[in-house]
Design a protein around this ligand. Sequence first.
Ligand SMILES: [Zn+2]
Length: 86
Amino acid sequence: MKREIVCGKCAEQWQKRKYVTRPAEEHIKVVHGFAENDYLCDTCNAEINKNVQCAAVSLWIDHGGIPYSPWEEDYIEIVIPVSAEK
Ligand SMILES: [Zn+2]
């Protein structure tokens, strides 16, 4: 599983990518929330300040690699819980 903390702008892009056609075993999960700390966006390197809206993105595949397990709460205060989806 790949984990990224991304800024609000990149979160929108990731959100869209969820609906782009890709192999069935590939998964993207985007969880929106507020930063628990100061971070740098893993996608565009923008500063994400504490308490600013951002998102936690998980990428994983069904076979091989590390399966998904919740990690978002350690980094963001989750506002919209999103179930695992394709
Ligand atoms: Zn960004």
